[in-house]
Design a protein around this ligand. Structure first.
Ligand code: SF4
Length: 202
């Protein structure tokens, strides 16, 4: 996806479901089809348009302030210049925007620029904590930065997608399906749960 549209979409995805993110994004693009139109909109109109996605006031503010700064600094509505920057510099630029954290920045850098960023969402955070790959107290940002150096080259996208799928379908928040999990043999939490059930992990 075009990077600036992806930034807007990812800001809209914070603390909501994919379905409501998509509804909010579609409504926003229908009402303000170009970046100049969106940038000229009032915060109240943007907030109203994206209400279905939740946290509408904060998200409207984050989107409008990012557009305004990008245009002021670059003279256009584009993030294409990030392609020539190193991953840490590009991430540092994006996270300097209010309302843009490491997760949002990493989604844009991975999916729009194919940089080796590793976005961590709540599913990946839960799975990697249970696997003992990140400390129990780590938040999304810390986990992303801890895991990123260990992701093999070329693998961040499939790993990101497959860990989310594992978290949704198998390593569920409550009642994970450990006996069916392909990672059971290497998972401390899976072993602990197997011991509690009185069975040996495979
Ligand atoms: Fe999650 Fe259980 Fe798989 Fe470990 S073995 S990753 S706790 S489902």
């Amino acid at each position: 996806m075009e990077p600036l549209r992806n930034l807007v979409l990812t800001i809209l995805s914070q603390n909501t479901t994919d379905a409501n993110r998509d509804r909010a994004f579609a409504a926003l693009m229908a009402r303000f089809p170009t970046f100049p139109l969106l940038a000229a909109a009032s915060p109240k109109d943007v907030e109203e348009t994206i209400r279905v996605g939740g946290l509408a006031r904060a998200k409207a503010k984050a989107i409008l302030s990012a557009l305004s700064r990008i245009h002021r600094e670059r003279g256009e509505y584009s993030l294409d210049f990030l392609s020539g920057m190193s991953l840490p510099d590009a991430r540092g630029y994006l996270t300097s925007f209010p309302g843009v954290g490491v997760k949002t920045a990493n989604v844009v850098l991975l999916f729009s620029f194919r940089k080796a960023a590793f976005p961590v969402d709540t599913h990946i955070l839960r799975v990697t904590k249970r696997l003992g790959l990140v400390p129990p107290a780590a938040d999304l940002s810390r986990a992303a930065l801890l895991l990123e150096p260990h992701v093999p080259p070329g693998e961040p996208m499939p790993l990101h997608i497959n860990l989310i799928r594992l978290g949704r379908e198998v390593c569920r928040p409550r009642d994970p399906l450990c006996p069916e999990c392909p990672l059971l043999a290497v998972c401390p939490e899976g072993a602990r749960r197997a011991e509690n059930r009185g069975v040996a992990p495979r």
